[in-house]
Design a protein around this ligand. Structure first.
Ligand SMILES: O=C(O)c1cc(C(=O)O)c2c(n1)C(=O)C(=O)c1cc(C(=O)O)[nH]c1-2
Length: 254
């Protein structure tokens, strides 16, 4: 469902300026956004390719899980920042679901808890995930960069930066298909994070896309939306560059 925000409800920096490049139609903008995400998404990163081909060592998988936990912990924080930029109750209600998806309604559910269970399934204790002792400097910079981008950006740019989620359900399905075949030592219950993200990612991606289509009406705003997606693709790519560079050595002695 798309929501058109009355001009009076937009923040100053979201308001159309009337200058800049000629705007595309919303369909053309969507086509360009999808093309950008597909061509730059981190499923093409050599580390993800090796993961999905079953070529990672248990140590490399643990490095990835421990470092991605920092991303998981920061997603609800960045979503709280995005929520604070939304001016309509219905928009905030809707975005709030994303925070609940990760934080859960109790300590026993939610994406962060599910990621901790994935950690246990690959041989990482909860305490060593929770204190981020294995966090690599480049991963910290990439994730903090994403949070700070959303802190400082307009509502349009912050929402647009989540549009990598258009590709996330398919990468989750790839993992659900390939992990049992290539990494049978990981218990199936540990993969529940990936299962849960398939419908959540589909819902979130299509909601964000509807809003970006409705809000990015000038050429300048449309370019800002594309630049935000491009930045986010770099965040995901850099995170994996760091993880790949550390190999199975990413874990400092626990
Ligand atoms: O494992 C992945 O490849 C992957 C990618 C992305 C993404 O594309 O941004 C997200 C997630 N996972 C994810 O689990 C998640 O909760 C999530 C939230 C967001 C976002 O930008 O708000 N992206 C992603």
């Amino acid at each position: 469902m798309t929501t058109t925000v009355p001009d009076t409800l937009l923040l100053d920096h979201d308001r159309a300026t009337g200058s800049g490049p000629e705007p595309w139609t919303a369909d053309e903008l969507e086509r360009r956004l999808r093309e950008l995400v597909v061509s730059r998404y981190h499923d093409r990163h050599p580390f993800n390719r090796r993961m999905h081909e079953g070529r990672l060592t248990p140590g490399e998988l643990r490095t990835w899980v421990a470092n991605r936990f920092y991303y998981q912990c920061n997603i609800p924080i960045k979503d709280a920042l995005v929520l604070s930029k939304l001016l309509l109750p219905a928009q905030r209600r809707s975005w709030l679901r994303r925070i609940q998806d990760h934080d859960g309604h109790t300590d026993q559910d939610g994406g962060i808890e599910r990621w901790l269970r994935l950690g246990e399934a690959v041989g990482l204790r909860r305490d060593e995930l929770l204190d981020h002792r294995h966090l690599l400097p480049g991963v910290r910079l990439a994730v903090d960069g994403y949070v700070n981008f959303c802190r400082n950006a307009s509502a349009l740019e912050a929402v647009a930066s989540s549009l990598t989620e258009l590709c996330a359900p398919s990468i989750m399905l790839t993992r659900l298909e390939t992990f049992p075949a290539h990494y049978p030592w990981i218990e199936s219950a540990g993969l529940s994070y990936f299962r849960g993200r398939v419908p959540q990612g589909r819902r979130d991606g299509s909601e964000a896309l509807g809003w970006v289509r409705a809000w990015a009406v000038t050429g300048e705003q449309q370019e800002q939306a594309l630049a935000a997606v491009s930045f986010k693709c770099d965040v995901l790519w850099s995170l994996l560059d760091s993880v790949q560079g550390a190999g199975g050595e990413g874990r400092r002695d626990a």
